[in-house]
Design a protein around this ligand. Structure first.
Ligand SMILES: NC(=O)c1ccc[n+]([C@@H]2O[C@H](COP(=O)([O-])OP(=O)(O)OC[C@H]3O[C@@H](n4cnc5c(N)ncnc54)[C@H](O)[C@@H]3O)[C@@H](O)[C@H]2O)c1
Length: 329
């Protein structure tokens, strides 16, 4: 990956206390940017104040809500790049509280876009999408042209919100890009709750030497993406003029079954795998195999994944072990 100079750049990260946003913040502080985090630390999200440990003195933190249009407008002025990571991020919670999901994921995204259009139309706007927008796979591997039939409210609203981003890019000639991720794991994730994806939760169980319960036989194929690869993809997208107006899948080269992922976690970190019957509320939002290609992003920007599953898991273990109280307490 090329070396970039962000010394005079102002970067705004909505959801910057969450898993992905805080890793972006850590990276951009290292790259010399002036980083502002915009995050109300929603207790139902994966946000954690300890995620900015080590950089607290170098970032400005605005404890504000993206549903508040006025405060979004104030935060957006003068920024060079926005990474829009704030979201209502739990699939099960979105089924329990669909209106809240619309408020944050749809209206919240419109607020950030509209604030940018009115007060900072030249900003580079990078939105995070998710592979779960696709729903059940109709052909393999899934690319950016694959139709979207999401099976839960979160994924449906993520699909809608990324369309807003593309519309603003097209209609107002704003510099927008969407980067979709799949099963991101690693340091600063929520390892406490099963509501934010199984993989980081399994890492948390393994760190406590508990059972990792796999539903059914765990034969569904998944891409697994180490967080540093995802952050590097976002850096690369933000620096290429070819990114604007595009949607990318920034997924790993590697695919594994859920059972293989669980077994790898027990090998690298701890715990043991136990296979149980599917709970009915999980089975209805299960999509089966999901295999994504990263060919498009590789051909547009200077990026390719560097981390494999075993190395990423080792690194996650090293990060979390001395910090367990902060993430499980
Ligand atoms: N983690 C993954 O595997 C994954 C995969 C694909 C896409 N994504 C997307 O990446 C983005 C970040 O996800 P994450 O895993 O870091 O989630 P996260 O839950 O760890 O972080 C989300 C952050 O948004 C903040 N937030 C929530 N509502 C807010 C509001 N109304 N105003 C201001 N801040 C608010 C939360 O406090 C939290 O810190 C999301 O858009 C998500 O859809 C994540």
């Amino acid at each position: 990956m090329s070396s970039y100079n962000f010394a005079s750049q102002k970067v705004l990260i909505t959801g910057g206390l969450g898993f992905i946003g805080s890793n972006i913040a850590q990276k951009f502080v290292k790259l010399g940017a002036q980083v502002t985090i915009y995050d109300m630390l929603d207790p139902k999200s994966g946000g954690n104040i300890h995620n900015i440990s080590g950089i607290e003195g170098s970032v400005q933190v605005l404890k504000q809500d993206i549903r508040n249009f006025e405060s979004v407008c104030t935060a957006i002025s003068g920024q060079d790049i926005i990474f829009h990571c704030a979201a209502y991020t739990s699939h099960p919670n979105s089924m329990k509280d669909p209106l809240m999901d619309i408020e944050v994921n749809c209206k919240g995204t419109i607020n950030v876009l509209e604030a940018a259009r009115r007060f900072n139309p030249d900003v580079k706007f990078i939105h995070i999408g998710t592979s779960t927008q696709i729903g059940k796979m109709h052909y393999q591997p899934i690319d950016e042209l694959h139709p979207e039939f999401p099976v839960d409210i979160y994924s449906a609203n993520k699909s809608v919100s990324e369309k807003y981003v593309s519309i603003y890019g097209h209609a107002y000639r704003m510099k927008t890009a969407v980067v979709r991720f799949a099963n991101v794991f690693g340091p600063r994730s929520n390892i406490r709750s099963p509501d934010f994806g199984f993989m980081n939760y399994f890492i948390g169980l393994a760190l406590q030497d508990k059972d990792l319960t796999v539903f059914g036989e765990g034969k569904q194929q998944r891409n697994v993406s180490y967080i540093d690869d995802c952050v590097d993809a976002l850096v690369a997208v933000s620096q290429s003029e070819r990114s604007w107006g595009q949607v990318f899948f920034a997924a790993s080269d590697e695919q594994c079954t859920v059972a293989e992922i669980a077994e790898a976690i027990t090998r690298e970190i701890g715990g043991r795998v136990r296979y149980v019957d599917w709970p009915s509320d999980r089975q209805v939002i299960e999509i089966g195999d999901s295999v994504v290609t990263n060919q498009k992003i590789k051909s547009f920007v200077d990026w390719k994944p560097q981390w494999d599953l075993a190395r990423g898991l080792k690194e996650a273990g090293l990060y979390f072990r001395p910090n367990l109280k902060r993430y499980l307490g």
